[in-house]
Design a protein around this ligand. Structure first.
Ligand code: BGC
Length: 333
């Protein structure tokens, strides 16, 4: 590069930085697409929201993002999607703090634990940035609304499904995403309450996957070694059931072991089609994302929104599954 072109280049960068700081100083929401210079477009947005997920590339969260993006596009919102690469509370909290520091118009995230999330959410709301909890509620915080599954009820449904499918006789192992996250505790509690009157159902052990596939598989393996009497599994987060099924197939025990999972990711549906997973709890992540953005806009416009919006949850078994189930889902969206 010649000296002249380096100077021109540096001047270009300087000009860009100066215009960005002007834009943010005056609260003017501007986004420039990364196009060649002459084609650069400047778009104006009504609002700038951030959706902070538990794990960036988790397929479940990509569906929440997809719903949120659809609403953002429809209503002229600049939506950022951010979060830890692998589920991690510290990174999650940091991402929320950074979003608040950059003075966005609204933050949508989980209320994972009262200890870490309630004071944080309260601080953000006190700064004038509305927070909506999605998927997991921090009900004791000052979040303005929650949209997501009734997590206790979904666990209760899972317990009832297991009772029905095993005719009230099973030694159950639970693999849960986290011992500390509100939604996971509620799902387990709902399940325990549903089965507690059943003399033939015993919860033998509860293990934690930390939302990690590898850990879920390790725990399923260990449970089969340590508790040969286990003949049923309940996986309480999206990847747990998939990994339990994987391990159970490895031991060729799919005919002896009952599995109930969570969510309807493509791999879970494949295992249901094969009969390895017998049932799963349906959640509506796309709708959570879509409605969270819509509710955030309503809040910004001074409208009242209901403090709790529960999305649909129900049990799905092989018989409920049309051959092209997820193709149909895509078409509907
Ligand atoms: C939960 C999410 C979680 C995901 C992990 C889902 O069932 O609702 O909160 O992040 O599982 O795979």
């Amino acid at each position: 590069m010649s000296r002249l072109s380096i100077m021109a280049y540096s001047f270009g960068i300087l000009f860009f930085l100066v215009s960005c700081s002007f834009a943010s100083f005056y609260g003017y929401k501007v986004v420039t697409h990364d196009l060649p210079k002459e084609e650069k477009t400047v778009e104006k947005y009504n609002y700038h929201f951030v959706l902070v997920s538990q794990e960036l590339d988790n397929e479940y969260w990509r569906l929440v993002e997809k719903g949120a993006r659809a609403a953002a596009k429809q209503y002229g919102v600049l939506l950022e999607y951010a979060g830890p690469k692998q589920a991690n509370i510290e990174d999650h909290v940091k991402t929320i703090e950074m979003s608040a520091a950059s003075k966005v118009d609204g933050i949508m995230t989980q209320g994972l634990s009262d200890e870490q999330f309630t004071p944080l959410i309260n601080r953000v709301v006190a700064k004038g940035i509305p927070v909506i909890t999605v998927d997991t509620d921090a009900a004791n915080s000052k979040r303005l609304a929650y949209i997501g599954t009734d997590n206790y009820y979904s666990g209760y449904l899972a317990g009832n499904a297991l009772i029905a499918d095993t005719k009230g006789k099973a030694n159950v192992a639970i693999i849960t995403g986290s011992f500390y996250a509100n939604h996971m505790q509620q799902r387990v509690k709902g399940f325990q309450d549903a089965v507690k009157g059943e003399k033939g159902i015993h919860i033998v052990t509860i293990q934690e996957s930390e939302i990690s596939r590898v850990k879920a598989a390790e725990k399923a393996n260990q449970i089969l070694q340590d508790h040969p009497e286990v003949n049923a599994f309940f996986g309480t987060s999206a990847l747990d059931g998939i990994e339990i099924a994987h391990v159970v197939e490895k031991y060729k025990k799919q005919d002896q072991i009952y599995i109930i999972a969570f969510d309807t990711l493509p791999e879970t549906l494949d295992y249901i089609r094969k009969g390895t997973i017998k049932a799963t709890v349906v959640q509506e992540p796309y709708e959570m994302g879509y409605k969270a953005v819509k509710m955030m806009i309503d809040l910004r416009e001074g409208k009242t929104v209901p403090p709790i919006v529960h999305t649909d949850t129900r049990i799905l078994r092989k018989g409920d599954l049309p051959v092209n189930y997820h193709v149909r889902l895509e078409v509907n969206r």
